[in-house]
Design a protein around this ligand. Sequence first.
Ligand SMILES: Nc1ncnc2c1ncn2[C@@H]1O[C@H](COP(=O)(O)OP(=O)(O)OP(=O)(O)O)[C@@H](O)[C@H]1O
Ligand SMILES: [Mg+2]
Length: 243
Amino acid sequence: MVNALVLADLYKTYPGGVMALRGLSLMINEGEIYGLIGPNGAGKSTTLKITVGLLKPDKGGVLIYGKSVMRNRIEALKLTSYVPENPVVFKNLTVKEFLRFITGLRSIKWEEIIDYAEYLVEGFNLSEKENTMLYQLSRGMLQKVLVTAAFLVRPKLMVMDEPMAGMDPEAQHFFKKEVKRLVSRGATALISSHLLDMVERFCTRVGIINKGRLVAEGTIEEIKKIASEESSLEEVFLKIVKG
Ligand SMILES: Nc1ncnc2c1ncn2[C@@H]1O[C@H](COP(=O)(O)OP(=O)(O)OP(=O)(O)O)[C@@H](O)[C@H]1O
Ligand SMILES: [Mg+2]
């Protein structure tokens, strides 16, 4: 098995004193769709930001395909795409300009991916918005553009913070189909979400994070066994998180 991602003993305290991560470790193999779930403030977004090098941990390390995000940043992050929790983007670009800009940053030739870009834009029902500025999009539309960009850059590892936030059912369906397709072709996904029904049906493995620590991990079946009951992921989640 190939390790797509290793998070080793991450600690992070924010200025102001909030201890967001307290020794978080996890490993994701190539081909997994790993769902990271946990209550508000558990440390999911902090974990994902550290994974993609946007935040520096106080302690611990991140390896993407064996490459250290701290020591070999460019090599590690070249393999990675990221959907942020809060879309902070250049909103004075049109959808098309934005997608060209993002792929250009990765030195991907637009001509090589134009067909795929069109497929994604159509799949997300964004064709009519191609020449619309990002600030003129609805929240769900903007989310679909960010996800499109994350698919387009040929990622080995997709790191997505609540990627389906604001997406309509059709877009959610297309999103899941596309993640599965990319994963079947060798990609890997780390997805944080509060949509437990989706996680239960879609993810190959789940980690539950609470107060900066991983408190349970496994396939859905394994997690249910930890809670020693046959119930939904939601019920298991509540039981584990409430202790
Ligand atoms: N920039 C920041 N400065 C100070 N504290 C922060 C900052 N960002 C996050 N925190 C704190 O760190 C903790 C973890 O936050 P984080 O955003 O990682 O949680 P989360 O699991 O993503 O939550 P949510 O489900 O609400 O998105 C919280 O207590 C939060 O208040
Ligand atoms: Mg978050």
